[in-house]
Ligand binder design. Structure first.
Ligand code: SF4
Length: 410
């Protein structure tokens, strides 16, 4: 395997001294494949993050030019992974963690628990050529079980928990007058988290304190679930299938690094949708032949609010619905928050919550997020609650999703 320095190295020899960053950082570039077309830099600078990525300035020529071209891991890369999906020659890719999963599945002492993020169900069948009617989340559940996972669960379960936490926190901050100057921001997108911490650290106190659904799920798996099932949590290997590169870094984040009760990581391995598809091919799974199956219990249930987390505006709609129910005592009408949904990069809407006007905004793509934040900080706009997703369209357009064929045409 060629690494970023053009050397040949066995990625599976983990004990080699001085491991280079390309084997540990979630995103890397293979210089032997790169044709220096600069499409990744253009996308990062002009559409996504307006030049926070390490390759800005001199493009993908080297990895160590300290004047213009920092190594990716030393830059302010948000890890949204959009450069991967726009590279025409496949020179950029995520760190491959499929070997870790195969090791865990083979280990008789491990209990493997896998969670499936909402956006994965919308895209996993694309690379297998499955028609939409066949590419269901139930069929994916059956496939993962046939691979050997002991329990297959739905991240929508913990998305519901996130939304209950986040909407309660929003109502509390609103009541306490904490949102008079600056809004509360959502916290579930790790690409957005990396961006705001590096670019606008003064806004960190405005971010919701709720963990992301993936991290909540991991924490619950190794505490509540382990206790209910009588499983030693140290034996659990918690795997997350995500549409996202930044989740690979989020699971190692210092604020999440230990499951407090047991001194373990909440989530052990994160695979992107693409890696999961590769795993299916490695194991020669015939995705057309398996019948559908249900999620396991008790962490396999989730509401529609959890599922819409996968698309831009979904977190905001779910939070507002929960807040409405908390304040008014009944469910909001079906179309009550329709105006906050859509595909525009920056949308805003006002809602009446029992006599209080709530000003909301939703942005997807970090270039749009930057414009929105600049407008907030210069007092051109004022919001109470803001949802930001790093990837255009939200997680369904995530950097770990299957790459549409037409984007790879030169
Ligand atoms: Fe990951 Fe979704 Fe955020 Fe993209 S929008 S960085 S896929 S959490």
């Amino acid at each position: 395997v060629a690494n970023n320095f053009g050397l040949l190295k066995n990625p599976y020899k983990k004990d080699l001294p001085n491991r280079i960053w390309t084997e540990t950082f979630p995103l890397y570039r293979n210089v032997q494949k790169c044709i220096k077309c600069m499409r990744c830099v253009q996308y990062c600078e002009k559409i996504q993050t307006l030049g926070v990525w390490g390759m800005s300035g001199s493009g993908s020529r080297t990895t160590v030019d300290v004047t213009y071209n920092r190594r990716i891991k030393d830059s302010d890369c948000s890890l949204c992974g959009q450069c991967i999906t726009h590279c025409p020659v496949g020179a950029l890719r995520e760190r491959d963690d499929t070997r870790e999963v195969l090791d865990a599945l083979r280990d008789p002492d491990k209990i493997t628990v896998v969670q499936i993020a909402p956006a994965v169900r919308a895209a996993w069948g694309e690379t297998h050529g499955l028609p939409r009617e066949m590419a269901t989340v139930r069929r994916l559940t059956a496939i993962l079980r046939s691979m050997g996972f002991d329990y297959v669960f739905d991240t929508a379960f913990s998305a519901d928990l996130t939304i209950m936490e986040e909407s309660t926190e929003f109502l509390k901050r609103l009541k306490n007058g904490e949102l008079k100057d600056l809004p509360m921001f959502t916290s579930c997108c790790p690409g957005w988290m990396r961006f705001v911490k590096s670019q606008y650290p003064q806004l960190v106190p405005q971010i919701s304190t709720a963990k992301s659904p993936m991290q909540m799920f991991g924490a619950i798996t190794k505490t509540y679930f382990a206790e209910k099932m009588g499983i030693d949590p140290e034996k659990i290997c918690s795997v997350a299938i995500m549409p996202c590169i930044a989740k690979k870094a989020e699971k190692d984040g210092h604020v999440f690094d230990r499951n407090r009760k047991h001194g373990m990581q909440d989530v052990d391995i994160v695979l992107t949708t693409r890696e999961m598809d590769r795993l299916m091919r490695m194991q020669n799974i015939n995705v057309f032949s398996l019948p559908e199956a249900e999620f396991d219990s008790p962490l396999g249930i989730g509401s529609g609010a959890g599922v819409i987390f996968g698309a831009t505006g979904g977190v905001m709609e779910a939070a507002l619905r929960t807040a409405y129910h908390t304040v008014v005592g009944e469910n909001a009408p079906a179309d009550a928050f329709r105006s906050i949904r859509g595909q525009e990069g920056w949308r805003e809407a006002e809602f009446d919550l029992n006599g209080t006007t709530i000003r909301c905004a939703v942005a997807s793509g970090l270039g749009n997020a930057r414009k929105l934040i600049q407008a907030v900080l210069t007092h051109k706009v004022h919001y109470d609650f803001v949802e930001i997703m790093a990837c255009p369209g939200g997680c369904v357009g995530g950097g770990g999703q299957p790459i549409p064929f037409e984007q790879n045409e030169l």
